[in-house]
Unconditional design. Sequence first.
Length: 463
Amino acid sequence: MSTTSPTVARARTAPRGLALSLIAAAQFVVIMDTSIIGVALPDMRRDLGFSPDALSWVFNAYVIAFGGLLLLGGRLADLFGARRMFTTGWALLLAGSVAAGLAGNPAIEITARAVQGAGAALIAPAALTLLMTTFGGTPQLPRAFAVYGAAAPIGGTAGVFLGGVLTEYLGWPWVFYVTVPIALAILLLTPRAFGPSPRSTGRIDVLGAVTGTAGLALTVFAIVRAPEAGWADAATIAPLAVGVALLVAFVIRQLRAAEPLLRPGLLRTPLLGGANLAQLLLGGAWIPMWFFLNLHLQNALGASAFAAGAALIPMTALIVIGMTVVAPRLAARWGTLPMVTIGFALLAAGALWLSFARSGGSYLLDVLPASLVAAAGMAFAFVPSLSTAIASAPVAESGVASGLVNTSYQVGSALGLAVLSAVSSSVGAANGDASGFSAAFAGAAAVAAAGAIAAPLTLRPRR
């Protein structure tokens, strides 16, 4: 059970503007750290002696640790308090960032990136729990969710810009060092922004934590490795089989444990399962579309990395405006179900439109309008489904619910990117890069269309 309401009341008396700034910064940095390294990878390969195959693990180590530990991070936030896990996560992220910048060989670099991912896995669910603790029951809650959601695309686009500028003028270690002052500032300001967090009584289900974390990590490992090794390769099949077996063991453990890591009945909470499904499909559609749009701009239209980042600004700006201004007002009037359904439909239409973009075509005619339609869809669907997932959970399990919804989005992103990368590679090898990109965009449209169909079935309010 959670602690008494005065603790919650004290948390709500903290300065909400500062609190929201720190929560948004958390989302911004977690996403930025995935995109900022792209331009720096060639220099890291040269200086640290990475092999071509090992270089991808600078990205993969972060994603696997992040995705695998999110559920455990959410449970820890419930048991020990979201504020404590928030600061612990930032301390880990700070240490990993310093170590990644100072790394002198591939092993240290990959390990440091995994530490960064572990820190992010503590930060993300704690940030959402702090958002609910600080703004729950206030008129500012929808806007707080909107600002939190808008921080993600800003972080992704900023990562592309900063990665290029820092690598060119200061060197690749600075793509990691840039996180250091942000982390230090947040560690100093967190006690001022948040009061003591509610805590639940109980203990950690160690066996459930081990099987769930290892199962998620191995499954994500297999997913992100599949485009490189092939889906039929033993290097993909073995970890995938072990990961699935561990996840089955995790489910059995949760059904039998006295204090499970993820209470089975939680997923039967009205709307929670549907909202998590929506986040899974949003990640599976949006992240691959964004990834291949960046590649299309550079490879098919000949844009530099910096110019490609600039080309993403209109889409990012529309998402920010849509999430912070338009979507909250429409959601208050229409409700979650219409917003999520329309959002998925627009995202599907935009991704399908992008599938017709041609090599050497026009950015203004072929890319910009379609990307804006897709961005409007993301803005409409993301915040209502996210807020529904968190608000539907009991207060004592808000940390687990936050970890679960983050896990849904991250696993959807990893699975969607892996599958559509394989599709793009096979089609592109036969017909050229532009055809491969078109196939990936069409695949993203299909995932979004599935979301538009699933939303009316899973997000319908119950009596």
